[in-house]
Design a binder for this molecule. Structure first.
Ligand SMILES: [Zn+2]
Length: 147
């Protein structure tokens, strides 16, 4: 599979201007890993992310800005080594063509802060046929409160 490889240095892309924060400010609030992935479009190593095998009920929010991006209801075990979702929350995730590394992929970013999440592929479960392949480091999990 195309996403089976890992890489450390992403091509120097154009800076996204719709984010309100400067790189300096992001570095203050994000861990080094989060900064690398969210702001430099990095990819964590497969099977290492904290949410790869994580199936509690709740919401996954953007690690950069706290916007709700995914519900645990759409999370499934794709076996690909990263958290996989069959769909995102409507309007919260932007999709952009990504031609880096000689591949044609669709990058997904947080619509609110522009943070890099991962990529979306057309090999998801039957319900939607799509797979959001997301870095754990791009997400924070908020457990559903018991009533
Ligand atoms: Zn965000």
């Amino acid at each position: 599979m195309l996403i089976g490889s890992t890489w450390l240095i992403m091509a120097q892309g154009e800076k996204e201007d719709h984010m309100a924060k400067s790189d300096f400010e992001w570095k203050k609030i994000l861990t080094d890993e989060q900064y690398h992935i969210l702001r430099e479009k990095g990819t964590e190593q497969a099977f290492t992310g904290k949410y790869d095998k994580h199936y509690e009920k709740g919401e996954y929010v953007c690690a950069g800005c706290g916007e709700i991006l995914y519900s645990s209801d759409t999370k499934y075990n794709s076996g690909c080594g990263w958290p996989a979702f069959s769909d995102g929350i409507d309007g919260k995730i932007n999709e952009t063509p990504d031609y880096s590394f000689g591949m044609v992929r669709t990058e997904i970013t947080c619509a609110n802060c522009g943070g890099h999440l991962g990529h979306v592929f057309n090999d998801g479960p039957q319900s939607t046929g799509i797979r959001h392949c997301v870095n754990s480091a791009s997400l924070d999990f908020k457990a559903k409160k018991e009533k």
